[in-house]
Write a protein that binds this ligand. Structure first.
Ligand code: ARG
Ligand code: ZN
Length: 874
């Protein structure tokens, strides 16, 4: 069954209030839902009432307190139909029973390490009770949770706590929660369990007193402090930057160890994958800290962009996700280093979203059809969705962007909105027609923009010719031109900022490319300039620009835009890597000029901004290079070329790198702040290149660092370098890490992941062996993603083995996972998204592996959808 955007109809019935009574039990939880319903004036009349269900077990049903008889309703695990519902407001009471222990899909109500929790987005609430489980049905919820006092001393719900007590003589207790804000069912949550808590008071900008708290496994409270601090900073930031204030008396975050995604923004009760809450210097890396900060912010920001204003239907998912990613990116940029964060964002966008857009799974930011909505929580909806918001801000400017956001919240607060509502707010504050811009939501594929410069010394003019084109994608054979904001500037050959005039470029340096071809001319240009285009990555496009290596070096050294300085280094390296990976010879001269450019950069600039320097030093990944080549890819050749270039750069910059390595020695005490993290990342990038240049020396340095490290960032970086050097030191480091962290599942995940990424022929066997490790479990998504996901996504050479063993292995795991947890299985399966890019031997093996999955009779809808789209001819 395919759901289509064009078929949207409002619900025929509304639910104004929900009273839930949940009696928690490990295998037989009883739920009584009392729904205050009425026909929707905007819906159809004289139609049956059909409620959604999913594996629900109906125990009783009453309408206006009268038990319904057999002929009056029809119930299956998937739906509950009342063919003759009242034409006036009525009360429907439904009793269901569920088994949270048997729920391995981790949707609906389930148990994780003995704690009860829920995940209802997108369609999980229907696994708890029959409901109008769609985001445009908004109700006020009151939830009574009852549980054994020993088993679940903590009981949490949405909204504010109103009552709690002991049920004498039963060993049980209860808590009642009331959420005054109407919300869709996907934002419902409850938690019951044995949990430790840290909390602090927060006063909002208008004086509301709130208690903010983080709940974790007892004994892990000392690892929750960073999350609580990030939450407080997020709350302050949203008040300051967007004028958005928190609206309940409590804000609770709960960390659970089995979770399909990163986290969930349930009203007043965010539930998190514990990987994105727990951190201590000994167990978490700098990247973990940054992710925690970003995801805590993301979920908190949803309180406005997602909860107060929610989505009319799931096609509008980007309305909340793209906007909220944009908001969390802005937060991280303000809290850390803006240019460094921007580069990190673009790296993710390119490696995940550009890849998706070039694959059979390409879809618009607002898809117009789906079989399984869980398959659309994608890089395109999230990351490209955020880029659209960013482009809008670039086009209209900061002040109008803020005015538009305020208008959007004013108008849409308490409603389930659409992308059109969002854009209309900005059109109304600016008077602009945004209908052409809106094409970004509808047209899939990554636009390619070609830029060519022409200098005319006699007229002192410089012309830039732009051409845009978007390649065909599934379902969209022909493409229209997009509205592309190009932020640009000119630089003189010796690196000075050039003052030239062009009326097509506004005061903020933006030129709007909205036709297939366009040219702009600068006047008063006294010498041939170097163009710096798409500064700060002003649009999610692939750019082709005919700069010489010398001109790229000018940009790397001097451009005013940090993003383009980094981009220049990437382009320089990519040229060499792509050539060497495809057998195109690269001259000695070109290699020498590349290494002297890097060396020059290190000497001049590296210590001014270590985090930025580390990003410059981290060459495009194997997967980035594969994407650049785009067809008939040979991952072995790529891996070899990259290794060679790293060795080459390491040798040529050896002294400077060794110098950094020693001068950036770790501080006495660990601090997760961006500046300290930046120094660690440069030092570890130096170590990596030193080891590439001289494996023996590298092995020594890395072993020593591994032994003496006082924080996880440095220890793991050392272990990761050792992974590239086969031998007994590596194996003993692997063993000692295992020994040291045997009781730390989240740390062992890192250990699983590093081993799965070893680019050697024995890795498939190693991964198979690790699946037998006591810490591994197919039921825990973090474990599966760390071991199997890392193998498939990070290990280009071994996943794409020429004999097909990597593909066959993944296919077998996907089938196993599908029986337990379809969402997890379908995520793993997306590792095949680059299969059509491979050379023919690998391509054939991949097709066979995909077909072996497709043939399986009882596939979940999740996996069925991904495998079918992956195999579709386009
Ligand atoms: N709304 C959550 C977030 O981005 C993601 C939840 C998605 N869950 C799912 N099962 N599809 O913050
Ligand atoms: Zn989100």
């Amino acid at each position: 069954h395919i759901v289509r955007l064009e078929d949207y109809l409002p619900s025929d019935f509304l639910i104004d209030r929900v009273e839930l009574d949940v009696r928690l039990h490990p295998t037989a939880t009883k739920v009584t839902a009392t729904l205050s319903m009425r026909p929707n004036p905007a819906g159809r009349s004289d139609v049956p009432l059909i409620l959604d269900g999913d594996e629900v077990n109906l125990k009783g049903i009453a309408l206006d307190e009268r038990a319904l008889e057999a002929g009056e309703f029809e119930a299956s695990p998937q739906s509950l139909t009342i063919s003759q519902p009242p034409q006036h407001p009525f009360k429907l009471t439904i009793e269901t029973e569920i088994n949270p222990t048997a729920n391995t899909k981790l949707m609906g109500l389930y148990r994780s390490s003995g704690n009860y929790c829920t995940q209802c987005e997108a369609e999980g609430f229907r696994r708890i009770t029959y409901f109008l489980d769609r985001p445009d049905v908004l109700a006020v919820y009151t939830t009574r949770i009852e549980a054994d006092r020993e088993e679940a001393p903590v009981l949490l719900g949405n909204g504010n706590p109103v009552e709690s007590g002991i049920i004498e003589g039963t060993g049980r207790h209860y808590a009642v929660w009331h959420d005054p804000f109407p919300k869709p069912s996907y934002l419902f949550a409850l938690v019951g369990g044995r949990l430790g808590k840290i909390a602090k008071p927060f006063t909002t900008m208008n004086g509301r007193e709130v208690e903010i708290a983080v709940y974790v496994e007892p004994g892990k409270e000392d690892r929750a402090g960073y999350a609580l601090d990030a939450l407080e900073r997020s709350m302050i930031w949203d008040e300051r930057v967007f004028g958005r204030e928190y609206d309940l008396d409590v804000f609770n975050i709960v960390a659970v160890s089995d979770f399909n995604m990163g986290a969930m923004e349930n009203k007043g009760l965010n539930i998190f994958n514990d990987k994105y809450v727990l951190a201590s210097p000994e167990t978490a890396t700098d990247t973990d800290y940054a992710n925690i900060e970003a995801i805590i912010a993301h979920e908190y920001f949803h309180n406005w962009s997602g909860n107060r204003v929610t989505c009319r239907d799931w096609f509008q998912l980007c309305l909340k996700e793209g906007l909220t990613v944009f908001r969390d990116q802005e937060f991280s940029s303000d809290e850390r280093s803006r240019p460094v964060h921007r580069i990190a964002e673009v790296k993710t966008l390119r490696s995940r979203q550009f890849l998706e857009d070039a694959s059979p799974l390409s879809h618009p930011v607002r898809p117009n059809q789906y079989r399984e909505i869980n398959n659309f929580y994608t890089a395109t909806v999230y990351e490209k969705g955020a880029e659209i918001v960013r482009m809008l801000k670039t086009i209209i400017g900061d002040a109008d962007f803020r005015r538009g956001m305020d208008l959007y919240y004013d108008r849409c607060d308490g409603t389930a909105a659409t992308v059109e509502d969002f854009l209309k707010a900005f059109a109304d504050v600016t008077g602009l027609d945004l209908s052409h811009f809106a094409r970004w939501y509808a047209q899939s594929g990554t636009p390619r923009v070609e830029v060519r410069g022409h200098y005319d010394g006699t007229t002192q003019t410089y012309r830039l010719d732009f051409k845009q084109q978007t390649p065909p994608t599934p379902g969209q054979p022909t493409k229209e031109p997009m509205v592309i904001p190009v932020v640009l500037g000119l630089v003189t050959q010796d690196g000075q900022r050039m003052e030239a005039k062009c009326e097509r470029v506004n005061s903020r340096g933006v030129f709007l490319l909205d036709k297939t071809e366009d040219s702009i001319t600068f006047t008063g240009v006294s010498s041939r300039p170097v163009p710096s285009v798409f500064r700060d990555f002003s649009a999610p496009v692939k750019v082709s620009l005919d700069l010489t290596n010398e001109e790229l070096i000018v940009l790397l050294r001097h451009d005013a835009d940090a993003f383009n300085r980094w981009q220049a280094a990437q382009t320089l390296a990519m040229r060499t890597l792509a050539a060497r990976s495809t057998g195109v010879p690269v001259s000695e001269d070109a290699m020498a000029s590349l290494s002297s450019a890097f060396k020059g950069f290190l000497e001049e600039a590296a210590l001014r901004d270590p985090a930025f320097a580390a990003l410059v030093l981290s060459l495009p990944s194997d997967a980035d290079i594969a994407q650049e080549i785009g067809q008939d890819v040979d991952p072995d050749a790529i891996h070899h070329a990259r290794k060679e270039l790293r060795g080459h750069l390491g040798k040529n910059c050896f002294e400077k790198l060794a110098d950094f390595y020693h001068s950036l020695a770790p501080a006495k005490t660990y601090s997760p702040d961006a500046a300290s993290a930046g120094r660690r990342s440069l030092r570890n990038a130096a170590l990596d290149l030193l080891a590439a240049a001289d494996p023996q020396a590298g092995e020594k340095l890395a072993s020593k660092q591994f032994e003496t490290a006082t924080n996880m960032t440095d220890r793991l970086a050392a272990l990761s370098v050792l992974m590239t050097i086969p031998g007994s030191l590596r194996e003993s480091a692997i063993a000692s890490f295992e020994e040291r962290y045997r009781d730390e599942p989240l740390v062992l995940d890192k250990w699983f992941s590093l081993q799965a990424a070893i680019p050697e022929d024995t890795t498939v066997e190693r991964v198979q062996r690790l699946m037998e490790h006591p810490a591994f479990s197919m039921n825990n998504p973090n474990r599966v993603r760390s071991l199997i996901g890392s193998f498939a996504m990070l290990n280009q050479v071994q996943f794409n083995r020429k004999d097909g063993a990597g593909y066959a292995f993944l296919a077998s795991i996907v089938l196993r996972a599908d029986e337990l947890n379809p969402q997890l299985a379908s995520r793993l399966l997306t590792a095949f998204s680059s299969w059509k890019m491979m050379e023919s031997t690998r391509r054939n093996h991949a097709r066979i592996a995909l077909q072996s999955i497709a043939q399986k009779p009882s596939l979940s809808r999740d996996v069925g959808d991904i495998v079918n789209r992956s195999l579709e001819e386009s």
